[in-house]
Design a protein. Structure first.
Length: 297
């Protein structure tokens, strides 16, 4: 998975979970659009990405995007898959109709509205160069002293037109991205008959807190990071010897004693015996091991 695709999935998870900022949502949408964002004239583009309208649309579409993502990562034949199917398909179909396949748009570069999106300075520079190249190579009309005049070398058959896509609202580029990922998945399944295809989507639902999660590596985690920290702590508590608390208190008391008293006690056989027991049974207790070290034992 390339860096940009990973960025989009992570952005969509944040959006669906309701934790993404307006800036992250805007950047994710722009990432979904890619080059298309740079071909959209401001009258189409602005209402979609201007702050006020963006947050209104983002709020309106969030539940549907969440349903769609949960549907896509649900288990086959699960109750979740069955219960989400109708709503997810409705949403995809509705916005699929808005996505007007191939449209041709004139090359267009407006740095001021691209600056707020997710492009790196390099990408911006490339878009600028690409647009300039198209203008240099196309033939187009300019008005010279009130007269329309054709300029340009005409070496690009389509002139200033470049293939782009039509979008109407914020959900369209998201549905378009998810549909094309689905298409990629179907193609990769065909191409990898022998091997297991990569998972359809790199997300899962945390079984503990039910949030959507994008793991750093696919298949590595089964819980979100917060829940797996909790699960680890719980496992540790279960694994810890039942005497752990008492042993810890005993060591702590020993550490706090005057050094002469402690030395005298350490010479006693029953004290030595308990120390030996603690050392072996509290191997997994980080706090007991810490005290043993402090006692230099
Ligand atoms: Zn969780």
């Amino acid at each position: 998975m390339d860096e940009k695709t990973r960025r989009i999935w992570a952005g969509l998870v944040g959006y669906a979970n309701g934790t993404a900022t307006a800036a992250l949502i805007r950047a994710t949408i722009a990432d979904c659009m890619g080059w298309i964002a740079a071909t959209m004239p401001s009258d189409v583009f602005d209402p979609m990405l201007v702050e006020g309208d963006l947050s209104k649309q983002a709020e309106a579409y969030r539940p549907s995007v969440e349903i769609l993502l949960r549907f896509l990562c649900s288990a086959p034949r699960s109750e979740e898959r069955n219960s989400l199917r109708a709503a997810a398909l409705d949403f995809l179909r509705q916005h699929g109709e808005h996505i007007r396949g191939r449209v041709f748009r004139e090359a267009y570069f407006a740095e001021e509205h691209l600056r707020n999106l997710n492009y790196t300075p390099d990408e911006l520079e490339n878009l600028k160069k690409q647009t300039k190249r198209i203008f240099n190579r196309a033939q187009y009309e300019i008005y010279h002293r009130g007269q329309p005049t054709l300029v340009g070398e005409d070496s690009l058959p389509l002139g200033l037109l470049i293939p782009s896509r039509g979008y109407e609202d914020l959900a369209d580029p998201i549905c378009d991205f998810l549909s094309s990922e689905y298409e990629k998945y179907l193609n990769s399944e065909v191409n990898r008959k022998d091997k297991k295809a990569a998972p359809l989507i790199p997300l899962f639902v945390c079984p503990s807190c039910k949030k959507l999660v994008m793991p750093k590596r696919v298949g590595r985690r089964h819980h979100c990071s917060e829940c797996s920290d909790q699960a680890r702590a719980e496992k540790y508590r279960q694994k810890a010897s039942p005497n752990e608390g008492k042993d810890y208190a005993w060591l702590y008391h020993l550490l706090r004693q005057e050094s002469d008293t402690r030395k005298a006690r350490l010479r006693q056989q029953k004290v030595q015996q308990r120390l030996g027991e603690i050392k072996s049974r509290q191997k997994n207790s980080r706090r007991c091991q810490g005290l043993l070290q402090a006692l230099r034992l």
